[in-house]
Design a protein around this ligand. Structure first.
Ligand code: SIN
Length: 291
């Protein structure tokens, strides 16, 4: 993603496809690529570059069965198995994202990054929406967490760079979704509050209200107040955001290491359906060197 303060860009040059950006710093629609067939080396290299440049890539009018969806994601790494799939009799690499009038909740209806409770959270997710709500709605908001870091004062940046937070899967999966935990419970892991993106080298604010339970080494009230202030910054700063308006057969790939997202449930009692695969990273989130 482009640094804050650089000249806004409406398109960027890639060898094998064209993009038009959703904002000058986050999100791009990619045209001229068919994800239903295996990508060649040049296409994979371009998708990797565009992914690092824009964080959220939107591919319209794609016609994918499950195997093609998974094959696309596998160009970028092994597939992740969602912890909530432990009790489901279905393809473990597919997360069904389905909301109807009968749903008690819609998945991802709060700011979060995916599965940060894992020791090594996914590097990205590819959500393929095939059914959009009648009458509109059901967009997904994304937030640029590099820019969130850049919004902090140098004093706050430096303070946060020394801290570690606990991310607990029980918060969403038991607390919000009421699912039965697997034996041993849902994952719970610690990550630096400020991480360094392994590809771009940029610093990221890496706490999210979906999974982060507390910051270590602070009093509980201090942790709660500080996390709330950081969450408010993300939720109330529209300039950090881009918004994906789904059409049937849209696939959106996001970089889970530097972007948070929020699925908007504004379409009750209508329905929305999609399937998500997530891509495993091969390294734990890294903190700022020496911290
Ligand atoms: C999610 O992956 O959190 C769901 C996103 C969405 O349904 O838009």
């Amino acid at each position: 993603m482009t640094a804050v303060g650089t000249t806004p860009t409406t398109t960027r040059d890639y060898e094998t496809f064209e993009v038009s950006t959703l904002t000058p710093h986050l999100g791009a629609e990619v045209r001229g690529i068919d994800l239903s067939v295996p990508l060649d080396e040049a296409q994979v290299a371009d998708v990797r570059r565009a992914f690092a440049d824009w964080g959220v890539l939107v591919f319209r009018d794609q016609h994918l069965d499950r195997e093609a969806h998974k094959a696309f994601a596998r160009h970028f790494g092994h597939l992740h198995v969602h912890p909530m799939n432990h009790a489901r009799k279905q393809d473990p690499e597919i997360l069904i994202v389905k909301t109807t009038a009968e749903s008690a909740y819609t998945a991802g209806d709060a700011w979060h990054a995916d599965v940060t409770c894992d020791e090594i959270p996914p590097l990205g997710s590819a959500l393929y929406i095939t059914e959009v709500p009648e009458g509109g709605g059901g967009d997904t908001l994304f937030a640029d967490m590099y820019m969130a870091y850049d919004e902090l004062s140098p004093t706050m940046q430096s303070f946060l760079e020394g801290l570690t937070a606990v991310h607990d899967g029980a918060i969403p999966y038991v607390g919000s979704y009421k699912s039965t935990p697997p034996e041993g419970g849902y994952p719970r892991n610690e990550h630096p509050v400020i991480t360094v993106h392994p590809v771009t080298g940029r610093k990221v604010l890496y706490v999210n209200p979906g999974f982060t339970s507390h910051i270590k080494g602070l009093k509980r009230w201090e942790s709660k107040a500080l996390l709330q202030a950081l969450y408010d910054l993300v939720a109330t700063s529209p300039k950090l955001h881009c918004r994906v308006r789904w059409e049937p057969n849209t696939l959106t790939l996001w970089d889970n290491r530097c972007v948070q997202h929020h699925a908007v449930w504004d379409y009750y009692p209508n329905s929305r359906y999609g399937e998500r695969v997530s891509i495993l990273d091969d390294v734990r989130p890294q903190g700022v060197a020496g911290r």
